[in-house]
Design a protein around this ligand. Structure first.
Ligand code: GLN
Length: 280
């Protein structure tokens, strides 16, 4: 890497776009450079000829090396945008993904802004709970995570965003909940341990416990669907994110447990991604 000659913003981005092996190489380089400069992306396009100072250049090149070695951009910058929110991210949780906005949209489409009680199980960064709370100030949202570091991260994101209508509890799935809910939703682990997807790209740096589930990836979905029956009000909604090939088994599972109005929604890529039902 050229560390001796000063790089312009434009040259730094071109270098990153060329060296990073990812579908999003150019964007990745932009996000790393914004992080180093402490500027918004628009700055990069306004001042393409501006040169990095030696410190900035050293920092950018160090981050670029780590990105080339595979580390996710969100781990290098410590932040990730989800919905309309900017969230702190650590290696303790899944990095929020655009696909999960399908789950948020499905939830918002089903309940208006009234004092509904809503639970997000396995909240990780808090992405789902916080997106919902930001759109529905009257909802009382409870977010749970069994991993204490994840619950602490979700609480920090909540506090930074000032979303006082979210309560974060440490514990497995429904276990820390009390009372009954109008909606329970989750993006649980749903990947089979043998899936080759786990050996490629950013997922290698995310916690296995947030990705992999037994029983062809369906074990946690099954566990939650059974447990949620005791925590949903009659007519309460249950919503899951799942893998694109899991729509049929998840519908069968919910129907078998007595959930009504079971249906599956597609993500932005046109794949089955969210299945929901109602407690009768
Ligand atoms: N959709 C994610 C992926 O494919 C997995 C998310 C999850 O397991 N909850 O990497």
């Amino acid at each position: 890497m050229p560390t001796d000659t000063p790089l312009s913003i434009q040259a730094a981005l071109a270098l990153g776009a060329e060296r990073i092996d990812s579908d999003t190489a150019r964007l990745d380089a932009e996000l790393l450079l914004c992080h180093v400069l402490g500027k918004a992306r628009s700055y990069l396009f306004t001042w393409p000829e501006r040169e990095l100072d030696p410190d900035q250049q050293a920092q950018f090149l160090a981050l670029l090396q780590r990105r080339i070695a595979g580390e996710p951009v969100a781990h290098l910058t410590g932040v990730r945008d989800f919905w309309t929110l900017s969230l702190e991210v650590t290696p303790d949780t899944l990095i929020p993904r655009p696909d999960t906005e399908t789950l948020v949209e499905a939830a918002l489409a089903r309940l208006a802004d009234a004092p509904y009680r809503v639970a997000d199980l396995g909240t990780g960064t808090g992405a789902i709970a916080l997106a919902l709370a930001s759109e529905r100030p009257h909802w009382q949202v409870v977010a749970t995570d069994r991993v204490a570091a994840a619950a602490a991260l979700a609480a920090r994101n909540r506090d930074r965003l000032g979303l006082d209508n979210v309560e974060v509890l440490t514990g497995s799935w429904c276990e820390p909940l009390s009372g009954q809910f109008d909606m329970i939703l989750s993006n649980p682990p749903y990947i089979d341990a043998a899936d080759p997807h786990l050996a490629q790209g950013d997922v290698r740096f995310e916690p296995r416990s947030a990705l992999v589930a037994a029983a062809s990836g369906l074990a946690d979905i099954r566990h939650i669907a059974e447990e949620a029956l005791a925590y949903l009000k009659p007519g309460g909604w249950l919503l899951f994110e799942h893998g694109y090939a899991q729509g049929e088994p998840v519908r069968a599972l919910l129907t078998g447990l007595g959930y009504a109005e079971v249906e599956t929604l597609n993500d932005l890529g046109g794949h089955e991604r969210v299945t929901l039902g109602r407690r009768p």
